[in-house]
Write a protein that binds this ligand. Structure first.
Ligand code: HEC
Length: 441
């Protein structure tokens, strides 16, 4: 749940986080040179060798120029220079020749950054070196891969949508729940524009929070919870037919004042629900018509911690707390009962961890809403977690993630406009989710 209080706390933390971010990014870039070019396409008239040479120059290993300082080790930008991987350009048409010209001349008067880009990034490069660099930057912005059909951006048209959660099916459909429109949207496999799918119900105070596609049960699970801190009607989990969108069943949460936040499903088909307000996990055993409290009892911390992201990893349930920045593991016993709750030790702090999805056998993907916003991978080993930031910079508030093929879509909610203090100068941006290539776990 995201209250007014929460957003105040978030904004005061941003300054601190920004400092931490710059420091940690420097270390991160050093440890992850992204020089691999085998997967990059080659512009017409260039060769794969040129692209590889361009990558070395880009990373300062040849030619004395370093582009990484301003554009980041993998070209996704930094506080000193823009993202070069989106194929969106301010200074050229994005063609090989256009990029070449910008690199040659630099950018004396940036449109969105304070400091200029010197010609050739401040180095003396030969024509061949500048061509190689341009080929590399062109390749960076035109990724081909197993998921080349996956759109870079998914749009949810309309105003005041305030999407909170995203999920997807094995055949590549993407499903998005909206708090503001109280509608569930769907995108066809490979589609870039969401269409309304499941229409609002007759409970106008309940918005849609977590959504989760459960292939085995052919069910779309969805959390319906209070938009503005009212207790009635109670927060409810709903099951829809994953194919047709027809409502199958409703399950009110078992504890008073509950807030259904997100859903995960275990190997045996049990659905687990994070109740953000009561700091507990509920479960719905297959065949049962009633949710029951499964774990909590103070083990996830005090009320106000906001139990949020949830995913099943092997025979454990992993949950996060949005407000207290923690991750917990709960063993799922052979009898289905919850084991002892353990707080995970993370090698890097997470900031306002929100939506979380299982990624491979031993890791989860998680979005962090705090500071500049991150998509991170947490590799879990026993009670320890190694946090690897995959992408930073979600100014409109990362809320949820889903994986389609080799791409993770990160959804931004703009929820501060819904729950934060009113801002008369605010301009609503189009609602979207953006792709990050994450490969096969
Ligand atoms: C000192 C920081 C800095 C360095 C070093 C730097 N750039 Fe830039 N780059 C920028 C800024 C700032 C912009 C302009 C952004 C704007 O207009 O808001 C820019 C723009 C660009 C653009 C055009 C983007 C567009 O939207 O059209 C390309 C291409 C580019 N840089 C490539 C490079 C390459 C390749 C290198 C290494 C040789 C490099 N840059 C080095 C800061 C830098």
């Amino acid at each position: 749940m995201r209250s007014l209080r929460l957003y105040k706390a978030r904004s005061s933390a941003i300054v601190v986080l920004a400092v931490v971010f710059v420091v940690s990014l420097t270390g991160w870039a050093r440890n992850h040179p992204e020089n691999a070019t085998e997967n990059l396409p080659v512009p017409e008239g260039s060769t794969p060798d040129m692209v590889a040479l361009g990558a070395r120059i880009y990373h300062g290993q040849e030619g004395g120029a370093s582009c990484t300082g301003c554009h980041g080790a993998n070209g996704t930008g930094s506080p000193a220079g823009p993202d070069l991987t989106k194929n969106k350009w301010l200074w050229s048409d994005g063609s090989f020749a256009g990029i070449l010209k910008v690199i040659t001349n630099g950018v004396p008067q940036p449109k969105q950054y304070r400091r200029p880009m010197p010609p050739m990034g401040g180095a003396q490069l030969s024509d061949a070196q500048v061509s190689a660099l341009s080929a590399y930057v062109w390749g960076l912005s035109h990724p081909v891969s197993a998921s080349s059909a996956a759109p870079a951006e998914l749009h949810v048209p309309g105003e005041k949508i305030f999407p909170e959660s995203i999920t997807s099916t094995a055949d590549g459909r993407v499903i998005i729940g909206s708090i503001g429109a109280r509608t569930i949207y769907v995108l066809k496999p490979g589609g870039a524009t969401a269409e309304p799918w499941i229409q609002p119900d007759d409970q106008p105070t309940l918005g849609i929070f977590g959504v989760f596609a459960d292939e085995k049960a052919k069910t779309l699970w969805a959390c319906f919870s209070s938009i503005h801190d009212v207790k009635q009607p109670p927060s409810t989990l709903k099951a829809f037919d994953l194919q047709t969108g027809a409502l199958k069943e409703k399950y009110p949460l078992p504890t008073g004042g509950a807030f259904c936040n997100d859903i995960a499903v275990g190997a045996d088909g049990t659905a687990y629900i994070s109740d953000a307000n009561n700091m507990e996990v509920d479960r719905l055993v297959p065949g049962s018509h009633q949710l029951e409290v499964w774990a909590g009892n103070g083990g996830f911390g005090l009320k106000g911690g906001v139990l949020d992201g949830i995913s099943v990893l092997g025979n454990r349930l992993i949950v996060s707390t949005l407000q207290t920045n923690k991750l917990f593991a709960v063993p799922i016993g052979a009898d289905g009962k919850a084991g002892a709750i353990t707080e995970m030790k993370l090698d890097r702090a997470v900031h306002n961890p929100d939506g979380m999805r299982t990624f491979g056998k031993d890791s989860v993907l998680i979005v962090e809403g705090g500071g500049v916003g991150w998509l991170s991978r947490i590799t879990i080993n026993g009670d320890s977690g190694q946090v690897t930031p995959l992408k930073e910079g979600y100014p409109e508030g990362a809320v949820s993630v889903t994986v389609v093929g080799t791409v993770a879509y990160v959804l931004e909610g703009q929820l501060s406009a819904l729950f934060g203090p009113p801002d008369p100068h605010r301009v609503e941006k189009p609602f979207h989710a953006t792709a990050v290539e994450v490969g096969i776990p």
